[in-house]
Design a protein around this ligand. Structure first.
Ligand SMILES: *[C@@H]1O[C@H](CO)[C@@H](O)[C@H](O)[C@H]1NC(C)=O
Ligand SMILES: *[C@@H]1O[C@H](CO)[C@@H](O)[C@H](O)[C@H]1NC(C)=O
Ligand SMILES: *[C@@H]1O[C@H](CO)[C@@H](O)[C@H](O)[C@H]1NC(C)=O
Ligand SMILES: *[C@@H]1O[C@H](CO)[C@@H](O)[C@H](O)[C@H]1NC(C)=O
Ligand SMILES: *[C@@H]1O[C@H](CO)[C@@H](O)[C@H](O)[C@H]1NC(C)=O
Ligand SMILES: *[C@@H]1O[C@H](CO)[C@@H](O)[C@H](O)[C@H]1NC(C)=O
Length: 476
């Protein structure tokens, strides 16, 4: 995640992409003595009573300024389903026969609209007027409302994440490798149309409700835009008028009661003023620091999976791509540890966020090449354990890598090296981006460009744990 090489993004004035993410078998599991146990709260996404939330970040994973209509950018849709018809005989409730199910929502519209300056249970006073701290506390509060008890830990919600890559270097909002820095610029490496370019998007919310002729289809949605100067009716969605040239995000979730799995449909569109946008569906840690955060989170991962013993199963149907500048990840893992291997503790100068991602947009070329070793990881490890150095041109699989960049606080880098963008995370970061290639086939990943892309929907069973253990990460 946290697309690196910000300068690339700016070349596309309007990348346009739509896709559907059917996560109909989202199963992340860890090995138990007799088979597998689920590391996520709702294996297979089969539970009718959904738990989903949305968060929004600026370029360095903070809030900065809240959007006027939306409030603090943490919103949740959590509900339980009750069978109303079972009540009809006892209570002579004739209405109960026409509405067979009832939804009870756990988070009210007033709670979802909470913004800085407004109190809620457990809010520390130093967060009341600080938009960054307030959002982190609001996430904990919504998690408390949505929490489902489970073994060995409770869980809270799937997290949809929005992020804009705009950065106002003159506003000095983002630290450099975790260290506060003053204003600088102009810097064309980052998109910004001027003052206010780091604003948060509007987020509208259609609470999940029962639809369809028999009222058995559960459906809900979050949607909105970063373009705040457009007084625009987004409810009709993207198709209304493409020439309107405004940014747009939408996630819809849908399920038949008692059948199948939740289907998530994602749409994201960039605009002239917002050329670099991100949209994710995440299974965050239910406690502790998730990768890219420097505060405790709430999520679905009730067990933090550790390499090599975990797999992820998901179904993905990409409907439309976004052109050559659009990255699209089959999976994206964000984690955190220090350069000496110790776990992260919230100290943003020594914590390092580590990302590994497979880009399945087939328009994406490999920047790691024999004549460009600085964008390759120093080593590649084959499934049989054989390790080859990147200068071994006859054996190193260059085209399996889009690019690699090193943490900005690393002290012992092998030359040549490329440092990751120092501004786009609260901490220094390390990013390894891989591409479909035969070397990943052993782990269940796509082996050639185009696999799993438009017209090729698939259910993947990915040996994420074993693959990620074989990937190179900097450590001394
Ligand atoms: C149930 O409602 C019907 C119609 O309103 C009424 O005739 C009937 O007496 C009610 N039965 C009971 C048990 O309350
Ligand atoms: C609605 O219920 C009827 C009767 O049970 C059934 O035949 C029909 O298939 C249902 N429709 C949907 C869309 O589920
Ligand atoms: C779409 O937007 C363009 C530019 O704003 C406008 O000229 C055109 O009339 C709009 N079309 C429709 C169908 O609203
Ligand atoms: C969007 O607007 C910008 C600036 O007016 C323009 O350069 C760009 O071509 C427009 N894109 C589309 C798809 O209309
Ligand atoms: C391990 O795999 C690599 C790549 O397939 C191959 O070149 C190498 O010969 C293998 N080594 C052993 C010891 O099997
Ligand atoms: C390749 O890199 C390794 C490790 O830095 C070094 O020991 C070796 O001499 C290099 N080989 C060539 C051919 O440059």
């Amino acid at each position: 995640m946290e697309r690196q090489w910000a300068n690339l993004c700016c070349h596309s004035l309007l990348a346009f992409f739509i896709f559907v993410f059917f996560c109909d078998e989202a199963l992340s599991s860890v090995r138990a003595e007799d088979g597998y146990i689920s590391a996520v709260g709702d294996p297979g996404m089969r539970r009718d009573g959904l738990r989903v939330a949305i968060e929004s970040w600026n370029q360095c994973n903070e809030v900065g300024e809240e959007a006027p209509l939306t409030g603090s950018p943490r919103i949740a849709d959590c509900f339980d389903v009750y069978r109303a018809s079972s009540l009809s005989k006892e209570t002579n409730c004739s209405l109960c026969d026409t509405i067979p199910y009832l939804l009870v929502h756990r988070v009210t519209p007033e709670e979802n609209k909470l913004r800085t300056g407004e109190h809620f249970l457990g809010l520390p006073s130093d967060a009341l007027f600080n938009a960054d701290l307030y959002a982190a506390e609001k996430e904990l509060y919504l998690g408390f409302k949505c929490q489902v008890e489970d073994f060995p830990n409770p869980w809270q919600f799937w997290m949809i994440m929005l992020k804009s890559g705009n950065m106002d270097t003159f506003a000095a909002r983002c630290p450099k490798n975790g260290v506060k820095v003053g204003p600088f610029g102009p810097d064309n490496g980052f998109p910004c149309f001027g003052q206010g370019c780091m604003n948060q998007p509007s987020i509208f919310h259609d609470y999940t409700k029962l639809e369809g002729p028999n009222r058995t289809t559960l459906k809900g949605r979050f949607f909105g835009s970063w373009d705040s100067d457009v007084n625009y009716d987004l409810s009709g969605g993207l198709a209304r008028n493409v020439s309107d040239n405004i940014s747009y995000h939408s996630v819809t979730w849908e399920k038949e009661i008692g059948k199948g799995s939740w289907v998530f449909h994602h749409v994201l569109r960039t605009s002239f003023k917002y050329p670099w946008l991100m949209l994710y569906l995440r299974s965050d840690a239910t406690q502790g620091f998730s990768g890219g955060y420097h505060y405790p989170t709430r999520g679905m991962s009730k067990i933090i999976p550790e390499s090599p013993n975990f797999k992820v199963r998901l179904t993905l149907n990409v409907i439309q791509g976004g052109g050559p500048n659009s990255q699209f990840y089959l999976t994206d893992i964000g984690s955190c540890w220090k350069n000496d291997g110790r776990p992260c503790d919230g100290d943003v100068t020594s914590d390092v966020t580590r990302y590994s991602e497979m880009i399945i947009n087939p328009n994406m070329a490999s920047w790691c090449r024999p004549d460009n070793l600085g964008l390759c990881p120093p080593l590649h490890t084959f499934p049989n354990g054989t390790v080859v150095h990147r200068n071994d041109t006859s054996r190193f699989p260059y085209s399996a890598y889009h690019m690699y960049c090193s943490p900005g606080n690393a002290q012992h880098l092998e030359v040549p090296s490329s440092l990751c963008d120092p501004y786009s995370n609260p901490q220094p970061q390390e990013i390894l981006q891989i591409l479909p290639h035969p070397v990943w086939g052993d782990y269940g990943y796509p082996t050639r460009q185009g696999e799993g892309w438009i017209g090729d929907p698939r259910t993947w069973e990915l040996d994420v744990g074993r693959l990620s253990q074989s990937l190179y990460f900097y450590q001394v």
